[in-house]
Design a protein around this ligand. Structure first.
Ligand SMILES: Nc1ncnc2c1ncn2[C@@H]1O[C@H](COP(=O)(O)OP(=O)(O)OP(=O)(O)O)[C@@H](O)[C@H]1O
Ligand SMILES: [Mg+2]
Length: 511
């Protein structure tokens, strides 16, 4: 195949994927361009986004299309390091555990070192299997074997120019809660170095962003690919695509999707909530009482309206009662376990006001340099200091852009407990909170402000427990532990909005 054919082929594949996954065009394009050709190396990749945004489906489908050697394992089904290691090896060598083989794995991996030892052979087997499946040989982006041998030593399979073997590890965020999770993360993020197999292409999938993985692992941040939430019309297209009886379904969705998408934007939950309602919507057509023509559709809309309200009421109370946990469906007795709530659903979790302010304080501490705290908080208010700086600046926009870029490159910084509590005290008693309290009527006593009490420390410990704030190693100079905020920009702005806190005024790149 010449290079023009190869390009046309890639373009065709991309279009098929984009058609199959409405609303995921830019994510698919980003992933395909990072993955590049079969011989292109790339740094560990982190596909992240809220639940049901198509991370797993899109990544798996991309690799099915690419027909390159890969292994997939999910930390949701593999709940311990040993099981995860064995599952990856099984997937690489094409071993399926069954009654005939006594449900045993291809290799026993008691320790990480066993896994690292078996990996080269398993990768070689994966390549052999992939070559057997696909006879087309790649012609682009081939790294020279001499180059590889110079850089990475004399391993036999580099010389044979075998190309990248991809390891897809899904739900990697769950590993943070495993015993020895930080060590395992450190092994997985450095696997190409530890195993001396630079051709390993590591693709991690997670519902939390990259900064949640760097503290305590000593690893560099993986390269992020963010799957944003779907817009209403994208939800519409996806749901229509999943429904066979699409004509009636389109008019049904036109009538009901908007209010339901305010309760949840997860495809799986929407499908489950809408299914019984759609049955009710279709019932008059099935019984022959209404014809499925334009006039009939108007009648169906009138008939379904009262049901929408009652379904919506039940749906909202179920979703609010069990955020990110267990969702019981109506009537049919089925249940679905949805993913743990991601950053984006924080505001739906109805966090206590104190926790929201702790997260806001943590985000400010993670984002701003500590040297700016005095200027921001001592001088009385943030806007005052901003005005001073603006007058002295000739190219404020340019400076702002530089600061923003620097912040994005650096990722969230770490901070001490003392600094967090100091910022918390400032924002929770300052003018920002007063605005917030008036919007939240009785939640806090406006005059008393919010003191750092044992309750605040307990809330902080809960936030650390659920991973919204992570606790890293103790600073050897200061002797106190360092923390980092794991909440993403979009989510923290949602929290700020929900408390009417003027967050933008306190972020140094806006100053
Ligand atoms: N753009 C899309 N087009 C078609 N189906 C989609 C799309 N996005 C999600 N889905 C469907 O929604 C369901 C959930 O998707 P998927 O499991 O890939 O999400 P996820 O982001 O991996 O969620 P989680 O974080 O819970 O693992 C799947 O049935 C998937 O097919
Ligand atoms: Mg998934």
């Amino acid at each position: 195949m010449n290079s023009a054919d190869a390009d046309a082929n890639i373009g065709k594949r991309q279009e098929v994927l984009v058609r199959d996954f409405p609303g995921r065009r830019s994510e698919i394009q980003d992933l395909l361009s990072i993955l590049g050709g079969p011989y292109d190396f790339f740094p560990p990749l982190l596909v992240h986004g809220a639940a049901s945004t198509g991370k797993t489906s899109v990544v798996k489908e991309i690799f099915r299309h690419l027909r390159r050697p890969y292994a997939y394992a999910s930390c949701r089904s593999c709940h311990a390091a040993r099981i995860l290691f064995e599952s990856i090896i099984n997937s690489l060598v094409g071993h399926v555990r069954s009654a005939e083989n006594g449900y045993s794995s291809a290799r026993k991996c008691e320790r990480a070192s066993d896994f690292v030892e078996f990996l080269p052979d398993a990768c070689e087997e994966a390549i052999r299997r992939s070559n057997n499946e696909s006879c087309s040989s790649p012609s682009n982006g081939k790294a020279s074997s001499d180059e590889l041998v110079t850089v990475f030593g004399n391993l036999s399979w580099f010389k044979r120019e075998t190309g990248v073997v991809y390891l897809i590890i899904d739900n990697i965020d769950l590993v943070r809660n495993w015993s020895g999770g930080q060590n395992l993360l450190s092994v997985l993020f450095r696997l190409p170095e530890l195993s001396r197999l630079p051709q390993l292409g590591m693709v991690f999938i997670s519902s939390v962003g990259p900064h949640a993985f760097t503290s305590g692992t000593g690893c560099r941040q993986p390269l992020p690919v963010y799957f944003r939430d779907y817009l209403d019309d994208e939800l519409f297209q996806i749901l229509v695509k999943k429904q066979i009886k699409s004509d009636l379904y389109v008019s049904f969705l036109n009538a009901v999707l908007k209010p339901f998408s305010r309760a949840t934007r997860r495809i799986t939950e929407l499908m489950m909530l809408l299914e019984p309602l759609f049955e009710q919507y279709c019932a008059p057509v099935v019984s022959g009482a209404v014809l499925p023509d334009e006039q009939g559709k108007r009648k169906l809309f009138t008939l379904i309206k009262p049901h929408v309200r009652s379904f919506l009421g039940r749906a909202s109370s179920i979703l609010a009662a069990s955020p990110g946990k267990l969702l019981e469906s109506q009537g049919g007795g089925r249940s679905v376990i949805s993913a743990p709530a991601s950053d984006d659903q924080l505001c739906d979790l109805q966090l206590p006001l104190c926790s929201k302010y702790l997260l806001l304080a943590a985000y400010i501490a993670s984002t701003n340099p500590a040297t700016l705290d005095a200027a921001l908080f001592d001088a009385g208010n943030a806007s005052g200091s901003r005005k001073r700086r603006r007058r002295s600046s000739l190219s404020a926009t340019e400076k702002k852009e530089n600061k923003e870029m620097e912040r994005q490159l650096k990722g969230p910084g770490s901070f001490s407990l003392e600094r967090l509590l100091a910022i918390f005290s400032c924002i929770a008693t300052g003018p920002g909170l007063k605005l917030g309290i008036s919007a939240h009527d009785n939640k806090l006593d406006e005059d008393a402000g919010m003191e750092v009490t044992s309750d605040v420390l307990m809330q902080l410990s809960t936030l650390v427990g659920v991973g919204l704030i992570s606790q890293g190693l103790t600073d050897p100079l200061e002797g106190s532990p360092k923390f980092r905020c794991n909440v993403e920009e979009e989510a923290i702005h949602m929290i700020a909005r929900s408390t009417s806190f003027p967050l933008a005024k306190y972020l140094y790149y806006n100053c």
